[in-house]
Every structure is written in structure tokens, then in C-alpha cells.
Design a protein around this ligand. Structure first.
Ligand SMILES: Nc1ncnc2c1ncn2[C@@H]1O[C@H](COP(=O)(O)OP(=O)(O)OP(=O)(O)O)[C@@H](O)[C@H]1O
Length: 238
């Protein structure tokens, strides 16, 4: 079985600054993987590179075992890799409905777009009540729900989530993680989570990569990371 997405020896950065140094990670179909790392380790940069937002200066991306040429965001989206970027990926000037419709823009099965919008309104009733409201006036939690639903409207096989709990109340974070676990279980969507709330992420993840200054310092099962005293002290705070 090929990974939905595999990164081999990725090198990427900004101008003259190399952030990712030969990073290799993979996510299997329906797998939940979490990337941990200190501030500035390169976690967001990794998700940008995996979603085609940041050009690679070395290495390769493979989808279903096949190398991706020209990994631009639209290409990666069409291949089933969708990003929920840090800081809420919504178009703030557009309504909730229009954000969701635009999330489906790459899909060929347009007939089912309405059904999917209804599904996400069932998952997030607060969005249904605000369907005509401009996204920029939603609360932080509502915007994050919209960002997840919008990214899911492309029916991705892999959802990349960059710090979706940032700035949200614990109860909203809990709700979002329950939803992500359901999405994974019921739709089979694989998840790659970059998350400050490591404890919650480890609850739903089966595997972990630890990024250290742009390199994979360690990897293993979520269980082994939870049982590791130094990891617990550094990332789980107990
Ligand atoms: N657009 C950019 N231009 C230049 N340098 C950048 C840019 N974005 C990030 N960096 C730098 O790249 C390095 C990695 O940043 P990145 O945001 O990927 O880390 P992170 O692990 O996600 O950190 P955090 O947990 O603090 O969000 C940092 O040193 C950062 O200053």
C-alpha cells in the first residue's frame, strides 16, 4: 500500500534561509499523524511545502507512490491534499456559503456539492445558522470550523491542519478534535496535524514525527511518545 503522501528528503526555505533539511515523512491512507516540534522548528514550513504553497529546493513529493511534478497548491488539491492554514483559512469578505462553495471549486462532481454543504452544516450547526454571514465577522471558533469545512469541501484524502486550536477556547478545541476524529473514521480522510495542543493531537493520532531545527529528530507510535518522559516534559507539560 502506498502512502497518500510521502515527502522524500525535502529541502525548502525562504530566500537564502534553508528551513527544512532533507525531511522525509509519510502519511498512509486514513492514518492520523502528528508533527511535534519547538517554536521555529519548521512545522508550518513543512505543511506549506507538502501542500505546494512553498516551492521545494530539493527532494520530492509522491502521491500514491507517484512523484508529483510541479507541486503547486492547485495540483496538490486536485490530488487530494488540502490545507487548513494557520490563522484560519477563510475568505473573510465572503459569506459562509460562498466560502464553502469555493472550497469545492476543484471538484468534478458538482452535483453533490449541495449535499456536502448540508453535511457540514449538520456537523457545525453554528455555521448553518450563519450561512449568509460574512466570514470575517464570525467568532474565532466559528471561523476555524469554517476553515475545516471549507478545506473538506474538496473531499480531500489528506487534510493538513496547521495549529487549528490556536487561540480557541478549550471547549471549542475539544469539539473540533471530536469532529476531526469523526471525519477520519467516517470518511477515511487521513490527517496530518501540526498542533500546540500535543496532548489532544496524540489522543487521535497513531504516529508522530518530531521536528528539530528543520530535521526529523525522532518518529514513532503516538503511544511510545506519550510514554516517553522527556517528550512528555517538553511537549505535554507533565
Ligand atoms: N515567510 C517567511 N520568511 C522568512 N522566514 C520565515 C518565513 N516563515 C517562517 N520563517 C522562518 O522559518 C523558520 C521555521 O518557521 P515555521 O513557522 O515553519 O516554524 P514552526 O515550527 O511552525 O514554529 P511555531 O511553532 O512557532 O509556529 C523560523 O525560523 C521562521 O522565522
Amino acid at each position: 500500500m502506498s502512502a497518500v503522501l510521502e515527502a522524500r528528503d525535502l529541502v525548502a526555505g525562504y530566500g537564502g534561509l534553508t528551513v527544512l533539511r532533507e525531511v522525509s515523512v509519510s502519511v498512509d491512507p486514513s492514518e492520523v499523524v502528528v508533527v511535534l516540534g519547538a517554536n521555529g522548528a519548521g512545522k508550518s514550513t513543512l505543511l506549506s511545502a507538502l501542500s505546494g504553497q512553498l516551492p521545494l529546493t530539493g527532494g520530492q513529493l509522491l502521491v500514491d507512490g507517484t512523484p508529483v511534478r510541479n507541486a503547486r497548491p492547485d495540483v496538490m488539491l486536485a490530488k487530494g491534499v488540502s490545507l487548513v492554514p494557520q490563522g484560519r483559512g477563510t475568505l473573510t469578505g465572503l459569506s459562509v456559503m460562498d466560502n464553502l462553495r469555493l472550497g469545492a471549486v476543484t471538484r468534478k462532481d458538482k452535483a453533490e456539492v449541495g449535499t456536502d454543504i448540508d453535511r457540514w452544516f449538520t456537523v457545525f450547526p453554528r455555521l448553518a445558522e450563519r450561512r449568509d454571514q460574512v466570514a470575517g465577522t464570525l467568532s474565532g471558533g466559528e471561523q476555524q470550523m469554517l476553515a475545516v469545512a471549507r478545506a473538506m469541501m474538496s473531499r480531500p484524502r489528506l487534510l493538513l491542519c496547521d495549529e487549528i486550536s490556536l487561540g480557541l477556547a478549550p471547549v471549542v478545541v475539544q469539539e473540533l478534535f471530536v469532529t476531526l476524529a469523526e471525519v477520519n473514521r467516517e470518511l477515511g480522510t487521513a490527517l496530518l496535524l501540526v498542533e500546540q495542543n500535543a496532548e489532544l493531537a496524540l489522543e487521535i493520532a497513531s504516529r508522530v514525527y518530531l521536528l528539530e531545527v528543520g530535521e526529523v529528530g525522532a518518529s514513532g507510535s503516538a503511544e511510545s511518545f506519550r510514554d516517553d518522559n522527556s517528550i512528555r516534559a517538553a511537549y505535554l507539560g507533565y
